[in-house]
Design a protein around this ligand. Structure first.
Ligand SMILES: [Zn+2]
Length: 371
């Protein structure tokens, strides 16, 4: 059986909580991370109908993009539908975890999924914000065990640089030691000085990976007292940020882009803010969710048009006046996370031999209909 904590530990290597926006209630929402997962369900929102779906499918772990508990409750009055929903979750012992702006900001996360659905090229973060340092792990291993240690480090996620995995650098040398009387050395004997051909292995570790990598290192290293150290690499930070800006492969009119968005994201309708629908656009900024307040960043990034959700009347006026154009895709466009997260979790499931099934919620939680 796999505990929710192990699954979350893997997810947070990809989208650490530290890259979430300040005050965003990400993480465990309800239940316990010591829960052994029987079945996991991925959803955009946690709504009463989604909870009913989870109960029906015997799910005991819900992974949601939007935190279930945005507003703290003041009293547990079961006449309030939201509280009734929490009661249902508790009654059926369903644990809920929310990955919100850490998923938005993750490299290869929500905003990259949205940008790549539109084929945006040469994308960068619209609002670059967080930087976390990369670290270098150096470990000395007897040559006979170097292969298996390198493999263990790689399996734990060390040495991932961009699309390259298992990156490491080695130099050969000689290790010397004198084991004490009470030792059990893997090589040599107590009270006899040894010198061993060793490999010095260097690997890069991304933010949030160190604990898991060191655990894997200690499990694979044959020595009683393995020698290793971690150092921060100055000037080599992993950068995270909200939204993406990039270029369409070719220019299109705003009207064509609106139609393209509807098709790609399977939307019933979009709202367009543009003085001229036939204006050509190429540089596109996109930010899933409620991004109205960030339109100035799209202007600054040289975008021709800004795609986001939940635009208000007055913000739309401001955008119109600024000569930027915008398409409101609706907040529910973020349901792109359901298939994408399912794909990611299934990859990690294979890598870690998790045996529980993973399903996607089939319910549309979009509260709006178009006529
Ligand atoms: Zn959202």
């Amino acid at each position: 059986m796999t505990k929710a904590a192990a699954v979350i530990e893997r997810f947070e290597q990809f989208a650490p909580q530290t890259i979430a926006e300040k005050g965003d209630p990400v993480g465990l929402q309800l239940g316990s991370l010591t829960t052994e997962i029987k079945k996991m369900m991925i959803t955009l929102d946690v709504r009463p109908e989604v909870v009913a779906e989870a109960v029906k499918n015997k799910v005991n772990f819900i992974f949601a993009h939007h935190p279930a508990m945005f507003h703290p409750i003041k009293s547990f009055d079961l006449a309030v539908p939201q509280n009734q929903m929490y009661a249902e979750l508790l009654k059926h012992q369903i644990t809920v975890y929310g990955a919100h702006t850490n998923l938005d900001n993750a490299n290869g996360g929500m905003n990259d999924w949205l940008a790549s659905a539109l084929n945006l090229q040469q994308t960068s973060a619209l609002l670059p914000k967080r930087e976390l340092p990369l670290q270098q792990l150096v470990v000395y291993v007897p040559q006979v065990a170097a292969n298996s240690v390198r493999q263990a480090l790689s399996a734990a996620g060390a040495g991932t640089i961009g699309e390259y995995q298992g990156c490491s650098y080695s130099t050969d040398g000689t290790g010397r030691f004198l084991p004490g009387e009470k030792t059990h050395p893997a090589i040599g004997q107590p009270l006899v000085a040894s010198s061993v051909t060793e490999e010095k292995i260097e690997v890069i570790i991304r933010p949030n990976q160190a604990a898991k990598v060191i655990k894997a290192l200690l499990a694979a290293h044959p020595y009683e007292e393995p020698v290793y150290y971690l150092t921060a690499i100055h000037g080599l930070n992993e950068k995270y940020g909200m939204g993406r800006v990039g270029n369409l492969p070719q220019e299109m009119t705003i009207k064509e882009l609106a139609v393209f968005c509807k098709r790609v994201f399977n939307l019933s309708g979009v709202r367009v803010v543009a003085p001229d629908l036939h204006r050509l656009v190429k540089r596109v900024a996109i930010l899933g969710g409620s991004g109205g307040q960030f339109y100035a960043a799209a202007v600054k990034a040289g975008a021709d048009i800004y795609l986001t959700g939940d635009l208000s009347y007055h913000t739309a006026h401001d955008i119109y006046a600024s000569q930027l154009a915008a398409i409101d895709l609706g907040h529910h466009v973020e349901s792109i996370c359901k298939p994408q997260l399912t794909k990611l979790f299934n990859t990690w499931k294979q890598e870690n031999n998790w045996s529980f099934p993973i399903i996607q919620s089939k319910i549309s939680t979009d509260p709006f209909q178009f006529f």
